[in-house]
Design a protein around this ligand. Structure first.
Ligand SMILES: NC(=O)c1ccc[n+]([C@@H]2O[C@H](COP(=O)([O-])OP(=O)(O)OC[C@H]3O[C@@H](n4cnc5c(N)ncnc54)[C@H](OP(=O)(O)O)[C@@H]3O)[C@@H](O)[C@H]2O)c1
Length: 332
């Protein structure tokens, strides 16, 4: 059936300015790391994207290596874009990245100008796009001079192949340096994409404040810790879950008794707040206003509904924050 976007979609979402830029992002963004490779039925991927956009989720996040196999998420997304979303291209923020292993030899990985420019050209071909809205350096490269990587990002924007650039997985001090270089080059850094959830709080010590000082937005990836901060694993490991899929990023060994006890305790707090644990976990990442958007994954459209359902119950009392901190530190 020909897709028609829901005309009420923009009433369902909240949009926040990304740092000091002119761009607003939805409070919830959708990542295509899982469930868009060749192992997933294209029709499932299509339903997820349609449903996300119908909920006002305007930002879809990709990378050169998403699949499996690497590149297939961009190819499948490109096909769905062509078949369903072309009338809405200007309503979408599409991102891609380069930084992890993509092809053989010394030019298919890390952060050289050679790799970044060639990789983005490949991503654009796979997605059938003339430009991406945001292009990220996916992880710091300990060998390539930072200036070379930042100059490549600046060049890509000047070529018109990306409208904005971002950093991902950069520690605070290096992020500051990279942001300063980009400013000097005249291509401000739009956004940083770090991992951040109740289970992974490293950004709180320095990075979030640094980004705020520099006027750079923040989009938090894996805010549900891959599904651990949901009701998915409260009563065992469902056959259709990420933990049962053989993923090297979430395996049953990570779901220890201690971890599950923490999840149950957090779930009790969420229930008292009248929301699902997944909803509380997303609202918690957004508390305090330093995070522009939470970047979630989903295998089912109901999970997207859950995420958007969080928007009506986002505030935390001081007592709730204290209780959550105590649970997370193992004190409760
Ligand atoms: N920059 C980087 O280095 C980097 C690294 C990783 C990810 N990312 C980005 O971040 C995006 C999200 O990562 P992620 O998938 O790990 O995020 P996540 O939101 O922490 O986990 C998503 C998974 O949690 C489960 N889930 C979601 N909503 C649920 C709900 N309401 N109830 C129960 N289970 C629910 C689903 O797993 P099931 O499959 O079990 O249903 C879903 O696939 C990626 O797609 C990618 O765009 C970036």
């Amino acid at each position: 059936m020909v897709y028609q976007a829901d005309s009420a979609r923009y009433e369902k979402m909240v949009y926040s300015r990304c740092g000091d830029s002119g761009l607003k992002l939805p409070a919830i963004s959708f990542g295509l790391w899982h469930n868009f490779g060749d192992a997933t039925l294209l029709e499932n991927s299509r339903q997820l994207l349609r449903h996300a956009f119908d909920l006002g989720i305007t930002h879809f996040d990709l990378a050169n290596n998403y699949g499996p196999p690497p590149g297939s998420a961009e190819s499948n997304f490109g096909r769905i874009l062509r078949e369903d979303f072309l009338p809405w291209r200007d309503e979408l923020i599409i991102s891609s990245k380069a930084g992890y292993t993509m092809w053989d030899g010394p030019y298919g990985d890390w952060g050289s100008r050679k790799y970044l420019i060639a990789s983005l050209d490949q991503s654009l071909r796979r997605m059938g796009l003339e430009y991406v809205d945001i292009f990220y350096h996916h992880r710091p490269d300990p060998e390539t001079p930072l200036k070379e990587t930042m100059r490549a990002l600046d060049h890509i924007v000047r070529q018109g192949k990306a409208l904005y650039v971002g950093l991902s997985n950069y520690p605070a001090a290096l992020a500051r340096e990279a942001i300063d270089i980009l400013n000097d080059l005249g291509t401000p850094c739009l956004i940083h994409q770090p991992k951040y959830s109740m289970f992974e709080r490293w950004v709180e010590t320095e990075l979030l404040d640094a980004l705020q000082q520099k006027g750079v937005g923040c989009i938090a990836f894996s805010p549900l810790a891959g599904g651990q901060l949901t009701d998915r694993y409260l009563h065992g490991i469902p056959a259709d879950s990420r933990a049962a899929s053989g993923s090297r990023f979430l395996n049953p060994d990570q779901l220890t008794d201690e971890k599950l006890a923490t999840v149950h305790a957090l779930n009790a707090v969420a229930q008292r707040r009248g929301q699902k644990l997944s909803q509380m976990a997303l609202a918690w990442v957004l508390r305090g206003g330093k995070v522009t958007s939470v970047l979630i994954g989903a295998s089912k459209i109901g999970q997207l509904d859950d995420a958007v359902g969080m928007l009506t119950n986002r505030d935390f009392s001081a007592a709730e924050c204290k209780e959550i901190d105590a649970i997370l530190s193992g004190a409760k």
